[in-house]
Design a protein around this ligand. Structure first.
Ligand code: GLY
Ligand code: MN
Ligand code: MN
Length: 353
């Protein structure tokens, strides 16, 4: 079954006549159109892609299974012309703005509107062969950039310079860009799990956390490595080795049939037993694909079950305010028996003199 057929099957299960897609990753997944600004309107008979003058040729080339319908800038005005038969219409309630929801209601006054945010994202959670190949490439590009940039890191460089070097290396290797705003955090800033690159210069005696990734043909990678600049103290080594042990245990726990909650618990327990439980305040991981953060997740609440073909990060961390922090992140592919670690960058404690 192709993606459109699988989507229609989901629509049957939800008993809806039509589904409206505006989230760009969902639109791309179902139609192949990469232009971003399109609205899909899908019924059991029609698959319409609504877009404006700027994207018509691209849409025709990339979405051959769709009727391409030219709109003005307001796609919903056109939707009212084609959607009057639909009585139960699903939409992405987690993405649509309040304003757009009002326009959707006005465009389809006869319809009952149902928020069904997971209809397409559920399909996206299990990757097919072609998607896995693209993610492998995105991961390889990030791995290679890490190896290249590691050789050029020098005391006195700014976090932003290091982020730029990583992005430059990845784009030269074929990435269309970074998969999110890179987190390059050194010294006490490494205690900020989302400390995006600043103008701070890196110094001896500090952790340097680099969390970055590539987009390759639409697919994201995500890797974190933490290195030490100069001579680490005992506590630096202890914290690093604790995170590494938790990360390895988390990877070992990834298998089909396990819930995200169960996998999270394995890594979290190790950090708690080492006495650092209060310093690991985020989930263990998230799925990756056309978006950098997708479901299912690995965290304390995730009841969804892992399946072969899911691609997910394992990224525990310990963050001690006013001292520093460590995170180590790999991407793994869930297989029939467990998982395959896609990330190849070394993760033993790297000390840069
Ligand atoms: N971009 C932060 C993370 O999920 O790794
Ligand atoms: Mn990351
Ligand atoms: Mn991540």
């Amino acid at each position: 079954m192709n993606r459109l057929e699988r989507m229609r099957q989901q629509m049957l299960e939800e008993k809806i006549d039509a589904y409206v897609v505006i989230r760009p990753e969902n639109g791309r997944y179902v139609s192949g159109f990469t232009g971003g600004e399109a609205t899909l309107f899908i019924t059991s008979e029609r698959a319409c892609l609504l877009t404006d003058f700027r994207y018509i040729e691209q849409a025709k080339a990339q979405a051959p299974d769709f009727e391409i319908i030219k709109t003005g800038l307001d796609h919903f005005a056109t939707l009212s012309e084609i959607g009057q038969q639909a009585l139960r219409v699903g939409f992405e309630g987690d993405f649509i703005t309040f304003l757009s929801y009002g326009k959707l209601k006005d465009a389809l006054p006869q319809a009952e509107l149902l928020s069904l945010p997971d209809l397409v994202s559920h399909l996206r959670s299990v990757k097919d062969k072609s998607e896995i190949e693209l993610i492998r490439q995105a991961v390889r590009i990030a791995d290679d950039a890490f190896a290249e940039v590691l050789k050029t890191i020098e005391i006195g460089q700014t976090e932003q310079e290091i982020g730029l070097a990583l992005e430059f290396s990845m784009r030269r290797a074929g990435a269309s860009g970074g998969s999110f705003e890179f987190i390059i955090a050194s010294g006490v800033r490494s205690a900020m799990p989302h400390g995006t690159a600043s103008t701070k210069q890196i110094q001896l005696g500090e952790f340097l956390t680099m969390d970055f990734g590539a987009i390759y043909q639409g697919y994201c990678s995500d890797i974190t490595r933490t290195v030490f600049l100069g001579e680490p103290g005992d506590k630096h080594s202890e914290v690093y080795e604790t995170v590494l042990a938790a990360q390895r245990a988390g990877i070992k726990a990834v298998a089909p049939g396990r819930t995200g909650k169960e996998v999270d618990a394995v890594a979290r327990k190790l950090i708690e037993e080492a006495g650092y439980g209060d310093y690991f305040g985020h989930g263990l991981g998230h799925s990756v694909g056309l978006a950098i953060h997708e479901g299912p997740n690995l965290n304390m609440r995730e009841e969804r079950v892992l399946e072969p073909g899911m691609v997910i990060t394992v990224e525990p961390g310990i963050y001690i305010p006013d001292w520093g922090g460590v995170r180590i992140e790999d991407i793994v592919l869930v297989t029939e028996n467990g998982c395959e670690v896609l990330t190849q960058a070394p993760k033993e404690f790297i000390i840069l003199e």
